[in-house]
Design a protein around this ligand. Structure first.
Ligand code: ZN
Length: 302
């Protein structure tokens, strides 16, 4: 992080400048669009919410702007994913930790013994946990609990919203299972730009291969592309997938490599991995994003 930004964090944290709160509502700041959508579902209209990362934004590479830092400092509660997903925000959060409010890492609350390990991240775990709906339910429960504690007057609202949202997630789990069952086991190979889908793979018995490893911070080398092209040919993989938050050329280079070996693989569509779709579209919600991804994957591979 730039020294000036660091200085700004420190100045803002210690200047104790409190901005007026709108209508006495809690001011919540969130990072990824998945978490923003979740908190909106639980908080409804009794909270103020500002999400830092919009659709198509890559959280691995995201750097806080000066405006973001001021939002963070003035928030009552900050919810983020954690496990080093928001790699470049970690330093900002560490500074925040010295102020009265500690940002809440939703994935950090999960039982580590069930998480997928990884050497790519300082956390030693794969942070893309929202692709297991069971973990996302735990996020929802934690958010409802924190909001109720911080704002007991509205705890009934949070509890009711939690019940409604958990029911939606139950239904999603059931439906996804049904759609995936249409795809024979040998066709369940998911090749994407970066390794965001390991938890999805574990939940629905897919072999998952990402060209860039778990983070988009390191680019795939020529060797990786050639190796993965050979894998695609060997396993007769029909389609590979672009991701909305990763440049398209990554997966196009892979398609070219397969073609140069005299084989063909199609691009099965664009998946939403580390960010939701545009606000106001079905894919702009977690539930809609999940349904869209599964439908895209199953119809391209079947
Ligand atoms: Zn990622």
């Amino acid at each position: 992080m730039k020294k000036t930004l660091l200085l700004l964090v420190i100045t803002l944290v210690f200047s104790c400048k409190s901005e007026p709160k709108d209508n006495g509502k809690l001011n919540i700041v969130t990072t990824t669009s998945m978490i923003t959508d979740l908190v909106k579902n639980i908080g409804g209209d009794v909270i103020n919410i500002q999400g830092l990362m919009g659709s198509g934004v890559d959280p691995h590479l995201y750097k806080a702007s000066e405006g973001d830092v001021s939002k963070l400092v003035n928030a009552d509660i900050i919810f983020y994913n954690g496990l080093h997903l928001e790699g470049k925000l970690v330093e900002v959060f560490e500074k925040m930790g010295s102020s009265t409010k500690t940002p809440i890492a939703l994935a950090g609350q999960l039982d580590k013994k069930n998480l997928i390990g990884s050497n790519y991240f300082v956390s030693n775990f794969d942070p893309h946990v929202w692709f297991d709906i069971a973990y996302f339910k735990q996020f929802a429960k934690k958010v409802a609990q924190v909001l109720s504690e911080q704002d007991p007057d509205n705890s009934e609202t949070y509890k009711l919203n939690e019940i409604v949202y958990l029911k939606k997630l139950d239904k999603l789990q059931e439906d996804v299972k049904g759609v995936v069952e249409a795809l024979p086991a040998e066709k369940r190979i998911l090749v994407t730009a970066h390794d965001a889908f390991n938890y999805f793979g574990e939940a629905y018995k897919f072999k998952v291969v990402g060209l860039q490893g778990l983070s988009t911070a390191t680019e795939a080398g020529v060797k990786d592309v050639q190796k993965l092209a050979a894998f695609i040919i060997e396993n007769k993989v029909k389609a590979i997938f672009v991701e909305s938050s990763v440049p398209r050329r990554t997966i196009e280079a892979l398609q070219e490599a397969v073609k140069s070996k005299g084989h063909d693989v199609s691009i099965g569509g664009t998946l939403f991995s580390d960010a939701l779709g545009n606000e106001g579209t079905p894919e702009g919600t977690y539930v809609g994003m999940f349904r869209y991804n599964v439908k895209t994957i199953v119809s391209a591979l079947n």
